[in-house]
Design a protein around this ligand. Sequence first.
Ligand code: ACM
Ligand code: ZN
Length: 507
Amino acid sequence: MSFALVAAGLLARADAAASPVLVPAPQEMKVSGGTFASKAKDVDRSLYAFRNDAGLPKEGYRLSVTAEGISVSAADDAGRFYAEQTLRQLSSMKNGGLSFPCVEISDSPAFVWRGALLDEGRHFFGKETVKSMIDLMAYHKMNVLHWHLTEDQGWRIDVPGMPELVKYGSWRRESPKHGARLKAFGKFRYEIEGNGQKYGPFYYTEADLREIVAYAAERHIRVVPEVDIPGHMRSAIAAYPHLTCFPENIKERCAHSSWGISTDVLCIGNDETVAFLEKVFDFICDVFPSEVIHIGGDECPRINWEKCPKCQARMKKEGFTKAGQLQGWITRRIADRLAKRGRRIMGWDEILADDAPKTAVGHSWRTVSGNGAGTTLVAGPEAARLGYDMVMPPHTETYYDYRQGLKEDPFQYPGGNIPLARAYAFDPCAGVVPEARRHVLGSQAQMWSEYIWNEYDLAWKMWPRACAMSEVLWTGSEKKDFDGFMKRMQTHRRRLIGMGVNCAPLQ
Ligand code: ACM
Ligand code: ZN
């Protein structure tokens, strides 16, 4: 969806003039009555007078609409861009041009990291869907696309010089049957009925990846790619079975057909594993300018490492007493490699338990149960207290692939329940001591895709909950107001539907 289309959908349907409806809500807005009528058909730079004001906060802006015209000031390009998003939401179509309510707005974000994760390992959505998602994120002033590109169930990056990765890793023999439930038996043993249909090959070429990075950058969105190591690597291991501890386990040279976690992970005792990862991450650095590169690190079974002679030899050489220390070892190797390219690693909170460098950005997805008073977020707050910069997407609050409490819902979910009110109530700083709050960069809407089959399913689960997330991250806890949000969402949801977004009902 292009911005022209975004605007066209908006203009046809918005009734913003009466009472300005902005999502996310700005920090300060005064409505002064009256309107400004322009002949312009779209919001672009010719619509307003611009002044650079270095005194304004990063990404912030001031916007003034009077009967005479529009003026914008900002310290940076991002602030100017966000002023334009606000103008898009303020606009309505009148007499063949655009009409804007007279307002004074002073605005800036509460958090620097306002993201969404897209898992393309389980299901592949393709460039057009990714671009639509980027457009919608930008429209809601979100600025990080966390692109989860590798999984046990699919490898989506064509790395030059390594054609085997997509030849073997970008398809699977079948997928779980739609509607089937994953059954877990003990640790890492799963069963789910298959659908008998080959899935893939699906992957992005280098040109595709660069196209998305550029498209996102034009919209002030940084793409943080994730190559999930050393577990969740079954698709890469299909390409290079010698990189796992027991290659004889790899009966099928394709990605994993079931959901759940494969116990066939990278062999950390094998020097070729290190060479392989360095090559992959070098390519990632070539294509993605993001300072932060995600190396996954979650849910890595150590069962094979405990038995593998090569892993045992590495442990002996390094003086390790627990197989888990091998994960810290490979994390530090890759962190060093990335540091040489001026990059920082990011990883799921598991990496913080294994002595990750303090320059790592932690990604807190796990929670522990409290003492009957509800769920307490522990892993992230503790890591922030220890001095790690943290992005906080606890699964109980931000995994929007979980159910959303709708009375009627045609789509399938793995479980959980995050109704809109719960999504809105989320505070990324919950449980964080005041002196550690500066380490909380923000959060993300998490679109894991085991049970997200296509773009309609994706949109339904993402919106309107990602509207709530945009307000959590832009407007911030002090200014949030759920009742006001729900009132504005009556109009805003109509806008989204008008733009062709399969936005779920407000309940
Ligand atoms: C995760 O949900 N395994 C990060
Ligand atoms: Zn091994």
